[in-house]
Design a protein around this ligand. Structure first.
Ligand SMILES: *Cc1c(COP(=O)(O)O)cnc(C)c1O
Length: 372
């Protein structure tokens, strides 16, 4: 029987080179697989890269966000303002601590929280703004920081999709009280699973250091637990991979930018497609390449492309319309109309280092007749 062996073009894949493989295998050979030298080496590299004072390596971006919420002392009765157009983890971290997410609609161009809609969502219970930098581009931080100062609100930055992005010359993750990066295999750089919390506060740094390590005391007495903690540690293989990945992060972002520019050139002139827009004062670190499809059924297009061997994803469903969120808080359709409209139109195209011009051309040639 003949099998169809046509290649499938994936939507994402990590870039791993021989240096990455060597550093991980060196850790394996050393026998020191956790709490060795690599996680602090990786932390130091991240502080240098993102120009932040302290970094705490953790087991995932979600774990980092959870610790951020804990470290700010948020809990039952508190509200935090955030974006409904994000990956579920940016709100789940609030629910873990019984904090209520209060959503604010997004900017149509950048898909980030609309700073001008924040103030009217503030109540007596509002304690913080959890800013998500979506798809590799920061939110409009100046007006957000201004409203936070005016109402004395803390800022958590979910920079899990935006390591390496800048806003007016400053790195994503370095604005707020706490920032969090993530290193899942589809992100700008990977450690397998992994995340990094960054902060300028020594108190938050020390607290998160303890919380990720079973609540142990700062002096690391092994069986002295001074608070309720977690095992959110990053293992040494992951941290080692982080060190070599971070060293080539700028190069990887440049490679992704070239792919984005090639897509832009091919798709820009097609009616019913809107290519990614970059806000004033911002640089894009290209987590995903997401276009908007107008006047066509986006999900049908996904299915048709899939039959042609092209994997694409509906990026990203809104958080407030997830079944458990609707049940818990009574959210309904049309609560955040811009986020919902964008969410119904957006399509993530195959986007990874190694995707070549012939493949991009093939993808665009297949998309075009489905849309125009
Ligand atoms: C990936 C991601 C996270 C969580 O990262 P994990 O490492 O998968 O836990 C959080 N927020 C956003 C916006 C993300 O894209």
């Amino acid at each position: 029987m003949k099998k169809n062996v046509r290649k499938i073009i994936q939507v994402a894949k990590p870039y791993i080179d021989s240096g990455d493989i060597k550093t991980v295998s060196d850790v394996l050979k050393s026998g020191l697989l956790s709490l060795g030298p690599k996680y602090s080496e990786f932390e130091k590299l991240v502080t240098h890269y993102a120009k932040v004072k302290y970094a705490v390596a953790v087991s995932s971006g979600t774990a980092g966000l959870h610790l951020a919420v804990k470290a700010l002392g948020l809990g039952l009765g508190d509200e935090v303002i955030t974006s409904p157009f994000s990956f579920i983890a940016s709100s789940n971290c609030l629910l873990y601590e019984n904090v209520k997410p209060v959503f604010v609609d997004i900017e149509e161009d950048t898909f980030n929280i609309d700073p001008h809609k924040i103030e009217s969502a503030i109540t007596k219970r509002t304690k913080a703004i959890l800013v998500v930098h979506i798809f590799g581009q920061t939110a409009d931080m100046n007006p957000i920081m201004a409203v936070a100062r005016k109402y004395n609100l803390a800022i958590i930055e979910d920079a899990c999709e935006s390591l390496g992005a800048k806003y007016r010359g400053k790195w994503a993750g370095s604005f707020g009280d706490v920032g969090v990066y993530a290193f899942y295999p589809n992100k700008q750089m990977t450690t397998g699973e992994g995340g990094m919390l960054v902060t300028k506060s020594k108190r938050i740094y020390q607290l998160c250091n303890s919380l990720r390590n079973q609540g142990r005391s700062e002096n690391r007495e092994w069986l002295n637990h001074v608070r309720l903690g977690y095992n959110y540690r990053m293992d040494e293989m992951s941290a080692a991979l982080g060190t070599t990945q971070l060293k080539k992060l700028d190069w990887m972002i440049r490679e992704k930018r070239k792919i984005a520019e090639y897509y832009d050139m091919k798709l820009r002139s097609i009616s019913n497609i809107i290519t990614p827009k970059i806000g004033i004062g911002r640089t894009h670190s290209w987590f995903v390449y997401v276009i908007r499809i107008l006047n066509r059924n986006r999900n049908q297009i996904i299915n048709k492309l899939s039959k042609m061997g092209i994997q694409t994803k509906p990026y990203i469903p809104t958080i407030h319309l997830q079944p458990f969120m609707k049940k818990m808080y009574g959210f309904k359709k049309n609560d955040f109309p811009i986020a919902e409209k964008i969410s119904s139109q957006t399509l993530a195209l195959p986007f990874y280092i190694g995707l070549n011009k012939a493949e991009i051309t093939y993808i665009c040639d297949k998309i075009k007749p489905l849309i125009s």
